[in-house]
Design a protein around this ligand. Structure first.
Ligand SMILES: [Fe+2]
Ligand SMILES: [Fe+2]
Length: 126
């Protein structure tokens, strides 16, 4: 899984880290392992990822910060619900394959791309 690289490097770093954890989670699902710990690690990472972007959007007054945060909130809600279904391996495989991963790719190619363009244009330094 190769994510689109965008024009604000700190966001790419956050995304690349998430993909690593996502791969670990996906392997654990395929191998029918106990998922509690890896799922918590993944969920925490997604929360850190989203709040990193939201903090910067607020700080620098990004014009689409509200719809961007709404997308984050929607997917985070789904991921939290899944915590109660970690023994349903086939559904999990299907969810990540057909829903979360396509969503993440699309989100990065749209919302995150525009947001990164804004941050790099105004010269945000981390
Ligand atoms: Fe992102
Ligand atoms: Fe985002």
């Amino acid at each position: 899984m190769q994510l689109k690289q965008i024009s604000f490097e700190p966001m790419n770093e956050v995304h690349n880290k998430e993909v690593k954890i996502l791969k670990k989670l996906f392997n654990a699902i395929k191998n029918r392992e106990k998922l509690e710990d890896i799922y918590d690690e993944f969920l925490k990472d997604v929360e850190t990822h989203f709040s990193f972007e939201q903090k910067l959007m607020n700080e620098y007054g990004f014009f689409a910060k509200i719809p961007h945060k709404m997308e984050h909130d929607r997917i985070l809600n789904e991921l939290k619900q899944i915590k109660n279904h970690l023994d349903e391996y086939e559904n999990l495989e299907k969810y990540f394959d057909e829903s979360f991963i396509p969503w993440l790719n699309n989100h990065i190619a749209t919302m995150d791309t525009v947001t990164a363009g804004f941050f790099s244009q105004i010269g945000v330094k981390i």
